[in-house]
Design a protein around this ligand. Structure first.
Ligand code: UDP
Length: 284
């Protein structure tokens, strides 16, 4: 069963699954209680693009916190294993590099990113308290920047922005001087990590980082996208958003040890596949 309020998601993305008798789609917002019978729950709810999660910041915190409370309550009642999609944002603008799971982070509690960062941090707290207090079977991963086909063309995050701009011949919007770094994981690798984590023995709770350690500046990313799309778009420098982390790279040693996981698709290959997808979307 797939549950979505379609704030950022699209039915088109799961249209190919609708004819599968084992697949059910329900329009529902996790900030309201949910009554279903399942064995396993993946809680991925919450917009993840700064543009989207800052559109209605109160709702963003509610989605992470009330959503976690509702999903944990459901898991407790039906004795389901429950997986939480947490985030590298729990590390904020990190002081240590790369970031291991043991790092507690440097998060501004009152900035424009806080609704997402603190919401996800509070959700982690709830998961671990349900684990300790109610013996719930929890699995928590921290996702670093991820991209790939089926992202929304107006998602607002950097990979889709640059690709769509390059394909349309529009200016590539670099925020700040473009020296900030991110590590980009291709979606298929991430999902492989999810499945491995969900299948770990009881008591393996995480949190476990999932991300691709290849680290790139936004200028490097723009150059690659321009080359791979053969675009003549120009770079256009815009102000850096408040609290934008300067660098980010996952330490994925724990994922290697616990899950035997490491990403297989490098940025070059992942960008090619994503550009192929967006060419089709932008043309139609
Ligand atoms: N960014 C950019 N141009 C864009 C969108 C984002 O230069 O059109 C930068 C943004 O300032 C950040 C990085 O790219 O430093 C990644 O931003 P994104 O919104 O993808 O995710 P974040 O990691 O900040 O949550």
């Amino acid at each position: 069963m797939c549950v979505d309020n379609f704030f950022t998601g699209s039915k088109k993305n799961v249209a190919h699954l609708l004819s599968n008798p084992d697949f059910e789609l329900m329009r529902h917002d996790v900030t309201f209680p949910l009554y279903v019978e399942v064995d396993r729950i993946f809680n991925l709810a919450c917009p993840a693009s700064p543009v989207h999660y800052q559109f209605d910041p109160v709702q963003t915190t509610k989605t992470s916190v009330h959503g976690a409370i509702n999903m944990l309550g459901l898991a407790k009642r039906i004795k389901a294993r429950i997986f939480q999609a947490s985030t590298s944002e729990v590390y904020g603008d990190p002081e240590i590099h790369p970031q291991p799971e043991s790092y507690w982070g440097k998060v501004n509690p009152v900035g424009p990113r806080s609704c997402y960062d603190e919401g996800k941090r509070c959700a982690e707290t709830l998961f671990f308290d349900y684990f300790r207090q109610h013996k719930l079977d929890i699995k928590v991963v921290r996702i670093f920047n991820t991209y790939g086909p089926r992202m929304h063309p107006n998602d607002g995050r950097v990979v889709s922005n640059f690709i769509v701009q390059a394909i349309k011949g529009e200016d590539i919007t670099i925020y700040g001087d473009g020296s900030q770094t991110r590590s980009f994981c291709y979606v298929d690798d991430l999902i492989d990590g999810f499945v491995r984590m969900m299948n770990t023995p009881d008591g393996v709770t995480g949190p476990v980082n999932l991300g691709n350690p290849g680290e790139f500046t936004m200028l490097e990313l723009a150059e690659r996208v321009l080359r791979l799309t053969a675009s003549r778009s120009k770079l256009s420098f815009k102000p850096l958003p408040a609290d934008d982390p300067k660098q980010r790279q996952p330490d994925i040693r724990l994922a290697g040890e616990l899950l035997g996981w490491k990403p297989k698709v490098d940025l070059e290959e992942g960008l090619k596949r994503t550009i192929h997808y967006f060419r089709h979307v932008v043309a139609n």
